[in-house]
Design a protein around this ligand. Structure first.
Ligand code: FES
Ligand SMILES: [Fe+2]
Length: 371
C-alpha cells in the first residue's frame, strides 16, 4: 500500500540571526555631509561617511541618555550629540569630549563608547556586521572585532556592469526568504508574455547538494520554457548555459549564469528590518549585453518586474498572515523552505552548545516539482 504524505506544519519562528553581515543602505545614497537613518534587526542605526568618504555605522542612540545621534552635528570626524554635546569618533564610537566636565573631574571619557558596528562598502551597498547581542561596543565596552568580510558577487571578468534594486515587504524575514526560494509560485505570480505563462507549467527535476551553512542547486541548464534563456543561448552562441543557485544563512541567495565567455551573477538578500518587515535587495553584475545601450535598462526592467510581483504578492499574503493561520510545507516544492528552517535551527543549536553545526542534509538530493 502506498504511504500517504501529510504536509508539515510550518514553524512560526521569526527569530532574526545575529553574528552576520547585512546590507544596510545602497552606497550611492550615503553622502558625505549627511547622516542617514537605517534599521536592521530592530536596531536603529545612523550611517554616514567621514571626510575621506569612508562609511561608518553607529547605534542611533547616545550612550548618555539615548538621544538619537542622527540629529547631531557631524564635522566629518566626530559626531556631537545634540542633547549635552558629548562627542564621539564615528569609526569606533569612542567618546572624545564631555563638555560638562570641569578640569578637576577625572571621569575617563575615552572609556565610554557609542555603539559602533563594523561596516564595509561592497558591490553598491554599505554592509553592516550585526554582532550577537551584548557584544557590540556601547557604554563601557569596546566595539567587537571585525569578522570576515561581507559576501561578494562572483565576477568572472575585470569589466562588468552592476545594478541594484530594492523592495520592502510587510512580512517577516522567514516569509521573505521562503518566498524567494519557492519554485512553485513562478507560473502564477510571474506571468508575462516574454517570460512564461501558466500553461507552460511542466515537471522539473533539480539536484541539490549541501554547502557550508546552506545548499546549492547544482549547475544545470535553465528552464527551456523562458524566452530570455532561448535568446541568451542564441546570443552567446554557447552550447551550454549553466546556472548555479546557492542559498546560505542568514539570507543570501546567489545565482551565477555562464554562457561561453558571458556571465551574469546576482546576489539577493532578504534583510530583517523588524520582526514583521523585511527588505529584498537584488544586486546584479554581468558582462552580457555590455555593448548594447539598452542592456542594463532591459535587465533592470525584467528584475524590477519580478521583484514588484513578489512584493505585491507578499503584501497580500501579509493580510492573511495577520490572523496567524495554520501554515504548511509540502514536498518537494517546499523542501528548500524546510531546509532553510532546519539550517536556522541547526545554526542556533550549534551556537547554544558550542558544538559544530550539524547540517540538515546528509548528501545530494534530487527534488521534483511542476512549475
Ligand atoms: S544624551 Fe547625548 S550627550 Fe546627553
Ligand atoms: Fe518570485
Amino acid at each position: 500500500m502506498p504511504e500517504f504524505e501529510l504536509p508539515e506544519r510550518q514553524a512560526t519562528d521569526t527569530q532574526m540571526l545575529t553574528g552576520f553581515w547585512y546590507r544596510a543602505l545602497p552606497a550611492d545614497r550615503v553622502h558625505r555631509n549627511r547622516l542617514h537613518k537605517a534599521t536592521l534587526l530592530e536596531i536603529p542605526l545612523v550611517i554616514g561617511r567621514d571626510r575621506l568618504g569612508q562609511p561608518f555605522v553607529l547605534r542611533d542612540a547616545c550612550p548618555h541618555r539615548g538621544m538619537p545621534l542622527n540629529t547631531g552635528q557631524f564635522d566629518g570626524e566626530n559626531l556631537e550629540c545634540p542633547y549635552h554635546g558629548w562627542q564621539f569618533d564615528v569609526h569606533n564610537g569612542q567618546c572624545q569630549l564631555i563638555p560638562s566636565l570641569t578640569s578637576d573631574q577625572t571621569l575617563k571619557v575615552d572609556r565610554i563608547y557609542a555603539g559602533s558596528y563594523p561596516c564595509e562598502e561592497r558591490d553598491a551597498f554599505i554592509w553592516v556586521y550585526v554582532p550577537d547581542p551584548g557584544s557590540q561596543g556601547a557604554g563601557f565596552t569596546k566595539p567587537s572585532e571585525v569578522p570576515d568580510g561581507a559576501p561578494q558577487i562572483e565576477k568572472f571578468t575585470a569589466k562588468y556592469k552592476l545594478a541594484y534594486l530594492q523592495a520592502e515587504m510587510p512580512v517577516s524575514i522567514d516569509h521573505g526568504i521562503i518566498g524567494l526560494m519557492d519554485p512553485a509560485h513562478g507560473p502564477f505570480v510571474h506571468q508575462a508574455w516574454w517570460w512564461r505563462s501558466r500553461h507552460s507549467i511542466h515537471e522539473k527535476k533539480k539536484h541539490f547538494e549541501p554547502i557550508p551553512n546552506g545548499f546549492r542547486m547544482s549547475a544545470h541548464t535553465p528552464s527551456s520554457n523562458s524566452a530570455p534563456y532561448k535568446l541568451l543561448r542564441l546570443y552567446a552562441d554557447a552550447d551550454a548555459i549553466t546556472t548555479t543557485i546557492d542559498f546560505v544563512l542568514p539570507n543570501v541567495r546567489s545565482e551565477t549564469i555562464r554562457a561561453g565567455k558571458y556571465w551574469f551573477s546576482s546576489l539577493t538578500t532578504v534583510t530583517p528590518i523588524t520582526r514583521a518587515h523585511c527588505r529584498i535587495d537584488v544586486v546584479a553584475a554581468w558582462n552580457l549585453f555590455r555593448w548594447l545601450p539598452f542592456g542594463p535598462e532591459l535587465l533592470k526592467f525584467v528584475f524590477a518586474k519580478f521583484v514588484e510581483q513578489d512584493r505585491r504578492t507578499m503584501e497580500m499574503q501579509a493580510e492573511g498572515l495577520k490572523h496567524n493561520p495554520h501554515l504548511m510545507l509540502i514536498d518537494d516544492a517546499d523542501r528548500p523552505a524546510k531546509w532553510y528552517f532546519q539550517l536556522k535551527a541547526a545554526h542556533l543549536e550549534a551556537k547554544r552548545t558550542g558544538a559544530e553545526m550539524k547540517h540538515p542534509m546528509s548528501g545530494p538530493v534530487t527534488l521534483k516539482w511542476r512549475s
